[in-house]
Write a protein that binds this ligand. Structure first.
Ligand code: ZN
Length: 368
């Protein structure tokens, strides 16, 4: 166990020191080079990819594009202060950029694949490592699944949910820009102009009525939501504005799809002379909580941790949405830690060997 922990810590320390942020393409390459070198065992089949400066690696033990279970990790991190790229250890805590989101879990998965190869095992599993999750995954997971043709029967993504909870449901998302044009005129004669801000307000007011009002009574709020995150328009108090723009964040549950939601919002936009632009989208994740692999993972986690493990929902988007879009059931889970994207990002060191044991036990429970 000490060897396991030390090795994971060493890999994690190496990974944190590589400043793999979106604006450092050389480091994005270097972090994938590191993973490739680490998985040097000849029984591991490694495929490298690069799209728009974002590097990825997929490792398998079988010559297949569709392993039974795909483990998924991103090796990019969000920007941080210099000192966060040198991990600090305080007792059972490690602090540094990416320790929980998600270079710690990456280190666990790398170690697991290396050990499986070392023991002569050849399970039909894959490890997908990408470098653009923090900026939308377009050139990573989305590219590998949609364009390169990678698939799986199930995916495990240790990138959220908090402390070994198992996320089996996630909401879909559409981010939209709504724009209105008008006709400027002096504010004392509004009847001669056309007020762009009024258009946006009328559009949003009508649209918002189509979503549940809070408090809604549903404790997990498993319903569609809308948030207006930004609004701008107009210049001065005494002028009818000829321009206004609002940014909308809509989260939705099945059976809605991102396309269906966009069309729905567009009906209201058209009615008020508002133009809509899709900024980003993701489909909802709905994995059957009774799926044999979900249950196997739960049993594995409960046996390693010696406590109950919860099946939970997540409101933020994860890479699970791309697997869901391809009909691949998936779960998101995590080691213990917190403060992702903040100055205080931390992880519990002893939770990494636990995650390792859980994943190994999951493979055993699943007959892989
Ligand atoms: Zn609610």
């Amino acid at each position: 166990m000490a060897e396991l922990k030390d090795e994971i810590l060493k890999v994690l320390t190496d990974l944190v020191r590589i400043r793999s942020t979106a604006d450092r393409p050389d480091e994005l390459k270097r972090v994938i080079d590191y993973a490739e070198n680490y998985l040097s065992a000849p029984s591991i089949i490694k495929k490298r990819y690069e799209k728009n400066g974002k590097h990825s690696l997929v490792a398998t033990f079988h010559d297949t594009m569709e392993p039974e279970v795909m483990f998924v990790g991103h090796m990019d991190v969000v920007e941080a202060e210099d000192w966060q790229f040198e991990p600090k250890i305080e007792g059972d805590k490690i602090l540094g950029r990416g320790v929980i989101d998600m270079k710690g879990p990456d280190a666990v998965m790398l170690k697991m694949f290396k050990d499986i190869a070392g023991s002569g095992g050849k399970p039909n599993i894959g490890l997908m490592l990408t470098t653009d999750e923090e900026v939308g995954s377009e050139n990573g997971v989305e590219y590998l699944l949609k364009e390169v043709g990678w698939g799986a029967r199930f995916a495990v993504i240790p990138d959220g949910g908090g402390s070994f909870n198992i996320v089996y449901r996630g909401k879909g998302v559409v981010h939209l820009k709504a724009r209105a044009k008008g006709k400027a005129i002096h504010g004392s004669m509004p009847w001669l102009g056309e007020n762009a801000i009024d258009k946006i307000i009328d559009f949003y007011t009508e649209l918002r009525e189509q979503f549940p009002k809070e408090p809604c009574g549903d404790p997990i709020h498993w319903h569609n939501t809308i948030n207006i995150g930004r609004i701008e328009g107009g210049k001065v108090v005494n002028q009818v504005p000829d321009f206004a723009e609002a940014h909308l964040d809509i989260r939705f549950v099945e059976p809605w799809s991102s396309r269906g939601m966009f069309e729905f919002v567009k009906k209201y936009a058209d009615r008020h002379g508002v133009e809509l632009e899709l900024i980003s989208r993701g489909e909802p994740v709905e994995t059957d909580p009774n799926h044999p692999y979900v249950q196997a993972f739960k049993r594995a986690a409960e046996s390693v941790l010696g406590r109950d493990v919860k099946l939970v929902v997540e409101y933020g988007a994860t890479d699970g949405r791309f697997f869901a879009e391809k009909g691949i059931p998936n779960i998101v889970t995590c080691a213990e830690g917190g403060g992702a994207h903040s100055r205080d990002e931390w992880a519990r060191i002893s939770s990494f060997p636990q995650l390792y044991e859980i994943m190994m036990k999951f493979l055993e429970e699943s007959g892989l």
